[in-house]
Write a protein that binds this ligand. Sequence first.
Ligand code: ADP
Ligand code: MG
Length: 455
Amino acid sequence: KWGQLCQKLLKTVGQNNYTTWIEPLEFQALEEGVAVFSVPTNFMGNYVSQNFSDLILYELNNSGEAVQRLAFRVAANSPVRPLRNAHSRPANNEAPKVRAAEAADPMDALQAAPLDPRFTFDSFVVGKPNELAHAAARRVSEGGPVTFNPLVLYGGVGLGKTHLMHAIAWELKVKRPDLNVLYLSAEQFMYRFVQALRERRMMDFKHLFRSVDVLMVDDVQFIAGKDSTQEEFFHTFNALVDQNKQIIISADRAPGEIKDLEDRVKSRLQCGLVVDLHPTDYELRLGILQTKVQMYRATYPDLVITDGVLEFLAHRISTNVRVLEGALTRLFAFASLVGREINMELTQDCLADVLRASERKITVEEIQRKVSDYYNIRLSDIIGPKRLRSYARPRQVAMYLCKQLTSRSLPEIGRRFGGRDHTTVMHGVKRIEELKMVDGQIAEDVEMLRRALEA
Ligand code: ADP
Ligand code: MG
């Protein structure tokens, strides 16, 4: 049965994904609604669980099994795979041209893990916030003469740094198969370094890292504060730059702003081209969603998305693309599971938690400012001690809104209103609740303010 399902999964995920992630899964058992698979490594289990579990669950249930959950267990005696890139051509005994190292266990460090087959230039959507980073990545991916070294890509989480780095590696694999490209995270760099120290194989380590043509180190901020790793990184870096080898680095912030990163490392990183990925804007998010929908269409040709849903998601879901993608995956899996179209109602239902989490947080200060604007009084009069009715009422409205729209406790709210007691806040909140029932003007004021704040 699993065999038949595999055929379906193959169609859905494509040959590359299938060979890398699905084929190595071994179906073990179905235990009380949990489908148990054995996997060769923890890393694979996590990856499959994060990226394909919705799909596998869907297909399992579709085939008549009642499965609620998937579990992945590492097979006890799975053979250790030799160092080889999962995507290199078969029957090719040469050293791999592109390698990605695996983090799971330092002892595993020489075991190759594939680059993510989905992270290519084709699937990368370019917009204003990332166009510079994209252009720079494109340039180095051509494998021409080194013009800037290093290339540093920085930006917040989920903005596409890893995607761009993998895309560069894939592209180089095609354009410059002669180059020895090594992609790894800074964490993996550290693991390898520590392992080499422990096994007294520093010479091997140095040799390995100095013989690559293109070195890519992802999330370099990880080595901040790790002195000996930084030192080794510094030497590796210099050795490669001296040989005019391309180095590509990513970080979650500008090199100069990474705390506990040695100055000499900082200044090396700043020597090349430093480009940032800005937080996504509405247009880019919409573009990414539309691209993903195109991809899903191949899998779920019958699914209908009503107008406005993608716009709503692009508007409502933060700047992190990973969250955006996760939301869409969930939406598709859910819709196909229940056989309904994706409309606003289904979206709100299915993504309630995501939408809540990404809601813009309203602050006490914002409320105070809006309320004072609204009543045309000064901010200091809302916070201050004056007891005049013309200040006291707006103050109570503001307290009421704070209670309703923020997660602050009464004492916390009191503190932000000039150090008032929590009973004063409680009294204010109660007073407005009562007045709203009998005083149309107050009810309207509160409603207007709430709408302005939630906009
Ligand atoms: P980072 O490494 O910056 O934290 P990733 O590269 O892992 O972020 O990106 C997170 C997810 O968002 C990935 O699935 C990636 O494919 C996707 N993503 C980010 N930016 C884009 C983009 N511009 N176009 C398409 N997908 C994107
Ligand atoms: Mg990353």
